[in-house]
Design a protein around this ligand. Structure first.
Ligand code: WTA
Length: 638
């Protein structure tokens, strides 16, 4: 596989950037020539950010699995496509070559068809990090079904909300999954969710943990049995459905500032081209290398840089079922040495947590195969950046700090490994096709350098979201109504004297906890569901490992009022049940009231300051209905 669009020097970057923003149609049309089409496009780009309406490669016909699998068969059929490392290092690893992946994807695509899945249907996938997850997602894409992968840590209620929003007809899951020393009963959670999901007609369950499950007659079937049926049919072949460039590829739910997660929609051609282009460029992937992205496929990073981007580039992608600290804090380094990993892509939270174990877990680890390191998901502090650079990269591997979002499909701002300069805690310069700008509260663009503002993007790139599922107006409202004709990222940002960008964090009511996006309104809604809770307010605060922690102020007047510890546990159980353990507040402070303006609005600014510990710097409280409440909250702060 060769990548004619791979940027090899600073000069090439500058030229590509200029061409891409001055003449996007010619630029991306040229990149698109390196992909496999059933029919070429009529028009490269048509867009407006008003409606908004964004269409890339209109009239083009293709299937993403032909790009991710079939086209590699001629010369690279025996190249490992997926290496799977199990949770327990004593268990057997698995390798799927491109030939084997092709076979398994077609088999399961036929299983989906046998179970009534048709082009355009939505299929919910709720699994741990096993190859079957990748196979199921690709099988959907093979037949033109739209996958909606739900992270294995979400609760039954969250799953039900997402299934109902997408009106999914089929669920693919496992009996359970292994994570560190835990067994997660996935099928049991699905069973709870499906009590309120009438659209689901079929559940396909793959065997993994051998956790006992209840299989409902007429609804549930085993993955392995269904494969046998396909095998006895004798014809494993499944043609790749001809898809329109702008047909839906997948839905992925993400949190925003309202209580209800939204289904971000990506479409076939633009997403394929953006993830492949950014994968090959940012990480400077070379054929034969092993790429290890530690993200779960339940999040966008797993979709784009574990699955689609690497496979489209014909890469070997390593999929790890477990967690970095199991059975001990050497785990990632053992994986790197065992499989001679060349590119390691992980989150600052993982780096900070491993830093906490000191250097002992690194004793005897070679790490000589590493060529490029990457980080994603949250701002990286300089201390973590330096540790990663010194102890993992041994000062010889470029670190790419990749800024992007579920909505952007792939990386927008990042240095290019070894090609453009890096700067600790800076995502640095935009990739070709990306035109960032900083604006003030009123929408006025801040020109020049050494300025801070809200980050917006002025032109579409191929990987931008196309809609929010079932509610296009919501997409307009959320991203295109704050500033005229610009995509609003929700992030604050600083541009330094060299025009390098440093993302400073969300400016809306979205928290970033261990690199996971969680809306404060979602957490508040969950807390407020608990009997006895009158009202609550949730804010973020700096957390040494997670980046941000969740701080909840709760007005409570219910049972066991004088047993605050029990109440705290009850509230945590409620949040876990309604959202999942990732949304559990780190701190819960009981309060007798919340600081509100006379019009009844909670002044979060004050609560944020208190949570951050800046109690002497609260600012103006004169507009509060009851300024005394601030004193009480300050006094009892956790
Ligand atoms: C944050 C994850 C600083 C940011 C790919 C963004 C980052 C949100 C970085 C999206 C980075 C992501 N530096 N902040 N390199 N990468 N973020 O949708 O606030 O899960 O808006 O996508 O993560 O989170 P999401």
């Amino acid at each position: 596989m060769s990548y004619p669009y791979q940027i090899k020097s600073l000069k090439e970057y500058q030229e590509a950037y200029k061409e891409s923003v001055e003449n996007p149609e010619a630029f991306w049309g040229n990149v698109a020539e390196s992909f496999t089409w059933k029919k070429k496009w009529d028009k490269v780009l048509e867009w407006n950010f008003k409606e908004p309406s964004i269409k890339w490669f209109q009239g083009g016909k293709l299937n993403i699995t032909e790009n991710c699998i079939d086209r590699h068969l001629e010369t690279n059929a025996d190249t490992p496509a997926i290496i799977w490392e199990p949770n327990n290092p004593e268990d057997h690893y698995r390798v799927l070559t491109y030939r084997e992946l092709h076979h398994k994807v077609m088999q399961f695509a036929n299983v989906l068809k046998n179970n009534g899945v048709k082009k355009g249907h939505r299929v919910c996938i709720y699994m741990g990090m096993v190859p079957e997850l990748a196979i199921a997602a690709l099988a959907c894409a093979r037949i033109g079904a739209v996958h909606s992968v739900i992270f294995g840590g979400f609760s039954a209620q969250s799953i039900a909300d997402r299934i109902n929003d997408a009106q999914a007809t089929v669920v693919v899951t496992s009996d359970g999954s292994f994570r560190g020393n835990k067994v997660v009963p996935l099928k049991e959670t699905i069973d709870d969710a499906l009590m309120s999901c009438p659209s689901v007609k079929r559940v396909i369950v793959s065997t993994h943990t051998r956790t006992p499950v209840s299989m409902i007659k007429g609804r549930d079937c085993w993955w392995e049995d269904e494969i046998k049926i396909v095998e006895t049919d004798g014809n494993p072949y499944c043609p790749a459905e001809e898809m329109d460039a702008e047909d839906l590829l997948f839905i992925l739910y993400t949190s925003g500032s309202t209580g209800k997660p939204k289904g971000v929609v990506h479409t076939v051609a633009g997403y394929l081209i953006w993830t492949t282009y950014t994968f090959v460029n940012v990480f400077q992937y070379q054929p034969g290398q092993v790429h290890f992205c530690t993200a779960d496929i339940g999040w966008i990073t797993g979709h784009s840089y574990l699955l689609y981007g690497p496979l489209a580039a014909g890469a070997t992608t390593l999929m790890f079922e477990g967690v970095p600290t199991y059975p001990n804090a050497s785990r990632l380094w053992d994986i790197v040495d065992n499989y001679k990993v060349n590119i390691l892509y992980t989150a600052p939270t993982a780096i900070r947590s491993l830093m906490g174990f000191g250097l002992e877990p690194l004793v005897g680890k070679k790490l000589t195969s590493l060529k490029v390191l990457g980080t994603v998901g949250e701002p990286i502090n300089e201390e973590a950046w330096n540790w990663y650079n010194e102890h993992i990269g041994k000062n010889r591997c470029p670190i790419v700090d990749t800024w992007w979002q579920t909505e952007t499909g792939g990386v927008l701002i990042s240095n290019i490994a070894g090609v453009t300069p890096s700067k600790p805690s800076y995502a640095t310069w935009p990739l070709p096709g990306v035109v960032p700008a900083l604006v003030d509260e009123t929408g006025k663009e801040l020109e020049g350098n050494d300025v801070s503002g809200n980050l917006v993007i002025k032109q579409p790139w191929p990987g931008i979201l196309r809609t929010t599922y079932g509610d296009h107006e919501r997409m307009r409202q959320t991203y295109f109504s704050t500033y005229d004709n610009q995509y609003f990222t929700g992030d604050g940002c600083y541009r330094d004297e060299n025009a390098m960008y440093r993302i400073t964090g969300r400016v809306d009511d979205v928290l970033n906890v261990s690199g996971h996006r969680i809306g404060t309104a979602e957490v508040e809604n969950a807390i407020n569901m608990h009997a006895g809770v009158i009202e609550s307010a949730v804010v973020g605060y700096p957390h040494a490992i997670k980046g941000q922690g969740i701080y909840a102020y709760v007005m409570y007047n219910g049972r066991s009022n004088n047993e605050p510890e029990l109440t705290r546990q009850d509230i945590l159980a409620t949040v876990t049940r309604l959202i999942g353990p990732i949304a559990k507040p780190d701190k819960i402070q009981f309060v007798s009231g919340l600081p509100k303006t006379r019009s009844g609005k909670i002044m979060r600014r004050i609560l944020r300051k208190i949570a951050e510990g800046e109690i002497n710097n609260i600012g103006d409280t004169s507009t509060l209905l009851d300024p005394l409440i601030v004193e009480e909250i300050k006094h009892n702060r956790l």
